[in-house]
Design a protein around this ligand. Structure first.
Ligand code: MV4
Length: 451
């Protein structure tokens, strides 16, 4: 096992990783920008290094600075958390060249999955069902039209370098296709410096269901079930749950086995998430994330498996601590992302926490790095904590969530807690009847009612 892990992140995820290291007796190094000198991850780590000024590109994204912090402290591994350098293949290569372990998959696997065309080709080759569409990049409008007519309208034009919803354009009919192609290409070129496009059948009312996987990098892999992440606003997830209200054991077992088999064949190391759209009982692969995700705790709550502990084990060359037969799914979990934002307009609300009272009790977990008197800097994302609630079934989980939200106090800044108090009482949410468009429709209805 590693002696010293440098955590190249901040906020709640830096704490999450730090806790897993502590439990394994690994010493920890925090890195931080000047804006984060008083942050909780800095206080709790054994050592800390200031790596630059507040803008992330000058600190948390600055590879030479992070590398220098490794050299100064003698860290033998880096955990990147999520965001920042977590899916940066060049960073993984540079660490390898310096004989420092990257706690994540190989640079090669990060690179493949970062190119959405290559990711889809790889998934299909490994037997994962994909969305019908072009086999690779689509170079011109004539080819685009031929493929679109073959799969049928509406179609979606996507950027190879995209992901997270950026650079996508729908063409409802053939006459809309040339414009969708040129707009998507221009956006992709300016946003990513890569204007390769591909085309898919547009699915109208899918759910977003993702499968958590874990591989040992040597041909062994397991799946840890799914998370339903359909409740999103502008491609930001706000509520995630497991199991999905839309799946039965048969569907879960079927897609889980396909995905675990594919990940084993790929020789994938560490945790990963295979994302699907799910419509009319069918799964369609869209992307794979090669990092630990924000919503990983819902999987931990229903499986009892510590995903960061498994990441550390695999990265240090140990086998997985379990086989597929050892994994069982127990009860139901929901995660609410608590953002320092106005709950109606989602305007960021940085500032000083004047009072913080997180809920507790059986089945309640709060992953947060904020504290009474903490000043939330304006330079980073607005996630200030995650409330994760577990119950023996979905009804118990929802009752417990309602109670936990009632207890939750965040004063001094606006937070999204009041939005979750409304959602937990909504009849569609209670019935699990929602798709990827539900939340935005709900929010525009709420907007109309206040006008
Ligand atoms: C789609 C789709 C419909 N059909 N692909 C958005 C982000 C990116 N990860 C994939 N996305 C979508 N791909 C096809 N063929 C609809 C979306 C989509 C979406 C997906 C998941 C969660 C929320 C979403 C919101 C809008 C659109």
């Amino acid at each position: 096992m590693f002696n010293k892990v440098l955590i190249a992140n901040r906020g709640e995820i830096a704490l999450r990783v730090l806790r897993a290291c502590k439990e394994l007796g690994i010493s920890t190094v925090a890195v931080h920008s000047t804006a984060d000198a008083d942050a909780m991850h800095v206080r709790l780590a054994d050592e800390s290094v200031c790596i630059g000024p507040p803008p992330a590109r000058d600190s948390y994204l600055n590879i030479p600075s992070v590398l220098a912090a490794c050299e100064i402290t003698g860290a033998d591994a880096v955990h990147p958390g999520y965001g920042f350098l977590s899916e940066n293949a060049r960073f993984a290569d540079i660490l390898a060249a310096h004989r420092i372990a990257f706690i994540g998959p190989s640079a090669e696997h990060i690179r493949i999955m970062g190119d959405k065309i290559e990711a889809k080709r790889t998934a299909a080759r490994l037997g994962i069902p994909v969305v019908p569409g072009s086999e690779g990049a689509v170079d011109n409008d004539i080819e685009a039209m031929r493929i679109a007519k073959e799969i049928g309208f509406p179609v979606l034009v996507k950027a190879a370098a995209g992901g997270g919803g950026r650079g996508m354009k729908v063409a409802q009919t053939p006459d809309e296709l040339p414009m969708a192609m040129s707009t998507a290409r221009a956006e992709a070129r300016s946003a990513f410096g890569d204007d390769q496009l591909y085309i898919e059948k547009y699915l109208g009312k899918p759910r977003h269901i993702e499968i958590q996987v874990l591989g040992d990098g040597r041909g062994d892999a397991v799946h840890l079930g799914e998370r339903d992440c359909s409740l999103q606003r502008r491609h930001q997830k706000i509520w995630e749950e497991a199991p999905s209200p839309a799946l039965n054991d048969e569907a879960r077992g079927r897609i889980g086995a396909i995905v675990a088999d594919a990940i084993a064949k790929l020789g994938y190391a560490g945790v990963g998430t295979v994302e699907f759209l799910y419509e009319n009982g069918e799964f369609y692969f869209i992307e794979m994330n090669t990092r630990l995700q924000v919503e990983h705790p819902v999987t931990e709550m229903i499986t009892g498996i510590d995903l960061v502990n498994e990441q550390l084990r695999v990265a240090s060359g140990s086998p997985l601590s379990m086989s597929q037969d050892d994994i069982s799914f127990n009860g139901h979990a929901v995660e609410c992302r608590i953002n320092a934002e106005d709950p109606a307009t989602f305007t960021p609300s940085p500032g000083t926490i004047r009072y913080f009272h997180p809920p507790g009790g059986l089945g309640v977990r709060v992953d947060s790095a904020i504290y009474h008197g903490y000043n939330i800097p304006p330079h980073y994302d607005s996630l200030i904590g995650k409330l994760i609630v577990h119950g023996r079934n979905r009804v118990e989980c929802m009752m417990r969530l309602r109670r936990a939200l009632d207890e939750f106090v965040v004063d001094g800044v606006r937070s999204t807690v009041p939005l979750f108090r409304r959602l937990v009482d909504d009849v569609d949410i209670a019935n699990g009847m929602y798709n990827i468009h539900w939340l935005e429709k709900y929010l525009s209805r709420s907007q109309d009612m206040t006008e």
